[in-house]
Design a binder for this molecule. Structure first.
Ligand code: GTP
Ligand code: MG
Ligand code: NA
Length: 455
């Protein structure tokens, strides 16, 4: 980069909304991928990140003839789950972003997690646009693949236009009830005061050009200061994952600064601060999802904003949602260690180690947090005595075996494997393991078990 010239980093955009409104599908449409169909139960249960380079933004918006207006290197998009159990991940995602997309299903209007997401965005004063998705479901919709919505609308029959106007008016009124002024993007003369609504279809691609362009233009126009690249590292751990062949890894979002292979880092750990050295810096290919296992690109160094997988020793107890620090020349490691631990507390405070309760094991800390949150809700209300991340091992069975009540000699395993040794030990010691890949199925299984015990 030329000295003295202000360079911008990529804006970070978080996509939020109620379950099944089409958040992942919209990203699939932009990426030309098929992540959504690979999800268990078709629901997103992890936070994701995808880098969209400027050239792809140009390509996707070229019909709108806005090329010259692009001066960010790309866009980093964070996908979040819409299912009610994942408020923590929505909160983590929205906490990272510069700008948001709030997705609303045109056939459903505002739903509970639409409002929750809206409030998370407003709480942090985050600018956002509304994607009014699934327009192709309007009766008689004529598909105009990947066309700008302005163009697609002109092709529609009078009936479609009437139904669209009717639903749009209702949804604008629903937003108004939430204290929010919204308007169709093309009529919105008071951007900033009034939020823009862009009609989209994630299936046939109409409106995607406007959606991307509005985001990038709005970010460039209103947040130059915030997007000015700075060398100061700002980095958050999204997820902690054990990956075959790589061991425990962390997925991070680098908001600002540069990370290098060999950098000494400090992150928050369940059992105290973790001080380690970056072994490798991996990213998926551009336009691919970080949370989906695939081919990784190795980097010697990498500049913000990016979603990155870091491999290093001792990461297995890292805590998602906390800050990552790089030990710079003259930095006091002891001080950094204290700082990272400030973030923690939250998760551990949810586990009552004194009483009786089930054991919960999950694939990532993010899903573990979500599961704990879910088990705590009044309708579910299952006490938890122990938690863990990764496969279920014999030692976990031993712990569960110490519970007195039969119903708590139980492991709720979410999206993890059970080692054969652990399974054998469980069978011989009256410990029951419930395995599920969808969070609420665990509850259903456990509830059925309790009911059976009571008989
Ligand atoms: P969660 O991540 O689980 O909250 O859901 P999501 O908001 O990511 O929605 P997802 O992408 O999983 O889509 C949910 C369902 O709606 C899938 O069956 C999609 O194929 C469908 N869908 C998404 N967008 C559209 C759209 O624009 N038109 C139509 N007809 N269907 C859509
Ligand atoms: Mg999704
Ligand atoms: Na879904």
């Amino acid at each position: 980069d030329k000295e003295g010239e202000k360079t911008l980093r990529s804006p970070i955009c978080c996509i939020m909304g109620h379950v099944d409104t089409g958040k992942t599908k919209l990203l699939d449409c932009i990426r030309r991928t098929n992540v959504q169909e690979g999800e268990a139960g078709g629901i997103t249960q992890q936070i994701g990140a995808t880098y969209i380079p400027a050239e792809n933004i140009r390509e996707r918006t070229k019909e709108l003839k806005a090329d010259a207006l692009l001066n960010v290197p790309g866009l980093l998009v964070i996908d979040t789950p819409g299912h009610e159990s994942f408020k923590n991940l929505r909160s983590r995602g929205s906490g990272l972003c510069d700008i948001g997309i709030l997705v609303v299903d045109i056939m459903h209007g505002l739903e509970p997690q639409t409002i929750e997401s809206l409030n998370l965005l407003r709480m942090r004063n985050t600018e956002f646009i509304v994607a009014l998705n699934k327009v192709d479901r309007l009766y008689g919709w004529k598909a105009c693949r990947n066309a700008p919505i302005g163009k697609a609308m002109k092709q529609q029959s009078k009936g479609v236009k009437l139904e669209f106007d009717h639903r749009l008016t209702q949804i604008i009124a629903q937003f108004k009830e939430q204290g929010l002024n919204t308007e169709l993007y093309s009529k919105n003369k008071e951007r900033g005061e009034t939020y823009s609504i862009v009609p989209t279809s994630a299936i046939s691609g109409e409106g995607i050009p406007e959606m991307i362009l509005l985001l990038v233009q709005w970010a460039q126009k209103t947040m130059i200061e915030k997007l000015t690249y700075s060398n100061e590292i700002q980095c958050t751990v999204l997820e902690v994952k054990v990956i075959e062949g790589l061991g425990a890894t962390i997925d991070v979002v680098l908001v600002n600064g540069v990370l290098h292979e060999g950098d000494e880092i400090v992150v928050c750990g369940f059992q105290g601060p973790i001080h380690t050295t970056i072994r490798s810096l991996l990213t998926p290919h551009p336009m691919k999802e970080l949370r989906v296992k695939g081919a990784y690109i190795h980097h010697k160094e990498i500049k913000a904003a990016q979603g990155i997988k870091i491999t290093a020793q001792n990461l297995e107890h890292a805590v998602a949602g906390t800050a990552l620090y790089v030990v710079g020349p003259g930095d006091d490691v002891k001080e950094l260690k204290e700082s990272v631990m400030d973030d923690m507390r939250n998760v551990m405070s949810r586990v009552d180690k004194s009483g009786e309760g089930v054991f919960v094991q999950a694939s990532t800390l993010g899903s573990l947090e979500a599961l704990l949150e879910f088990l705590k809700t009044p309708a579910v209300s299952i006490p938890v005595n122990g938690i863990g991340i990764g496969p279920v091992h014999k030692k976990d069975i031993l712990k569960a075996g110490t519970m007195k009540k039969k119903e708590y000699k139980t492991i709720l395993a979410f999206d993890v494997k059970v080692t054969p040794e652990a399974q054998e030990h469980a069978d011989n010691n009256g410990v029951t393991i419930f395995i599920a890949h969808i969070i609420y199925h665990l509850f259903d299984q456990f509830k059925a078990y309790i009911d059976k015990l009571k008989e």
